[in-house]
Design a protein around this ligand. Structure first.
Ligand code: DSN
Length: 415
């Protein structure tokens, strides 16, 4: 894709698009929520479907000319049902947050009660943060991870549910490195006569591949985004039992959204087809293997990890013990300067601010897509450690930057 037509119409945007492609090619993406879609997904997403209004659902639209939109959306739905084993799937949410919004809209009234994990312990803004519509519309109580172990405090969650009497319990996290015990959360929700929403945005691909246990068939609602471990391009998804289908569909449209982004739904359909191939299971297994290698090697270098390791695609480093004077933001900036891109993150028991927190979150989905195996991940971990230990040492940063260049050349991305 040369963007030559964009260049003729708008050189400034063409420059930015080319620069972004080069940035992705020339850096190591270790933001746990990012991935690289295939050229096929990219092509589907830039299709003429961007022109099409298709309000409604396949076979029941509010506009003419929807026959091809119907084909694409039905394919995305059928493939998602096969991937996750769900009764009913809605592929129209523009994002994971929009998917969550539709679940709340369908089941809750303003003022109703949400019980969810604290943001600084690995939760998500759309699970009830005061700065988000959820925190402003609903009454929110939060559960925590055990400060000693870093694992979800399931007993604390159960007690909180008993005392708070929530209308919905939210599970599924954005910075939690361990396998989630869906049944234990379901039991707490059942005891409180509450719905259970499992937001699997980060682990959609791991769940589809059977590398992480599935909340489908356990929780009432399962939501996710489609651009993270599942690699199907930007967007969201909702899965539920048939009995909730009508409520969920009308909460998405017309409740929360207007016309679906049909070009993104085409990307989802193509990405889901790719994920149904046996090679996707190999990919998902390698994502978790790589994360475990990353975790072990970081510990060899003296870093302290929340929960002491990982079961999924990410690790959460608490810098306070090993590097008490270094913040997550310091590390994010120093690593970005050498071409390794990750994000600063809060850690349980955070003592700094959300903008300049004490941890970093590191994920393996995107590097695994590029073909990084255990040996390559071990080397990248060594590079990270060198920079965190000596961010001001020019010789170190220059030699790490040069090695990152060699690695990105050795594992090419988009040509
Ligand atoms: N922003 C995403 C993440 O990085 O985890 C969640 O929406």
């Amino acid at each position: 894709m040369s963007y030559e037509r964009v260049r003729k119409a708008d050189p400034a945007v063409a420059d930015a698009l080319v620069a972004e492609r080069e940035r992705q090619n020339d850096t190591l993406a270790m933001i746990a929520s990012e991935n690289h879609v295939s050229e096929a997904v990219l092509q589907a997403q830039r299709s003429e479907l961007t022109n099409k209004y298709a309000e409604g659902y396949p076979g029941a639209r509010y506009y003419g000319g929807c026959e091809h939109a119907d084909t694409v959306e039905q394919l995305a739905i059928d493939r998602a049902r096969e991937l996750w084993g769900a009764d009913h799937v809605n592929v129209q949410p523009h994002s994971g947050t929009q998917a969550n919004m539709a679940v709340y809209l369908s089941m809750l009234d303003p003022g109703d009660r949400i019980l969810s994990l604290e943001l600084e312990d690995g939760g998500h803004l759309s699970h009830g943060h005061p700065a988000n519509f959820t925190g402003q519309t609903y009454t929110v109580e939060q559960y925590q991870v055990d400060p000693e172990t870093g694992y979800i405090d399931y007993e604390g969650l159960r007690e909180r549910a008993e005392a708070f009497d929530p209308d919905i319990v939210v599970s599924g996290y954005s910075a939690y490195p361990r396998e989630v015990e869906w049944e234990r959360i379901q039991a707490a929700a059942d005891a409180a006569d509450a719905y259970h929403l499992a937001d699997i945005a980060h682990i959609t691909g791991l769940v589809a591949a059977g590398v992480h246990s599935s909340p489908v068939g356990v929780a009432d609602f399962v939501t996710g985004s489609t651009h993270k471990t599942i690699r199907a391009g930007r967007g969201g998804i909702i899965m539920c039992e048939e009995s909730y289908a009508d409520d969920i569909d009308s909460a998405v449209f017309p409740g929360a959204q207007g016309g679906p982004l049909m070009h993104n739904i085409a990307g989802k359909a193509v990405g889901f087809a790719e994920a149904l191939e046996p090679s996707f299971e190999t990919y998902a297994e390698q994502v978790t293997t790589n994360a475990q290698v990353l975790a072990e090697r970081l510990q060899d270098h003296g870093f302290s990890l929340v929960s002491g390791g990982t079961d999924n695609h990410l690790v959460l480093v608490d810098l306070r013990e090993s590097h008490p004077d270094t913040t997550g933001k310091d590390v994010e900036t120093a690593l970005e300067d050498v071409g390794i891109v990750l994000n600063a993150n809060t850690v349980p028991g955070e003592t700094r601010s959300a903008f300049n927190p004490s941890g970093i979150r590191i994920g393996t989905p995107a590097l695994t897509t590029r073909g990084f195996d255990e040996t390559a991940i071990r080397e990248v971990t060594d590079l990270i450690a060198r920079v965190v230990d000596s961010p001001e040492d020019n010789e170190t940063t220059q030699s790490v930057g040069a090695r990152v260049d060699e690695l990105t050349d050795a594992f090419p991305l988009y040509t």
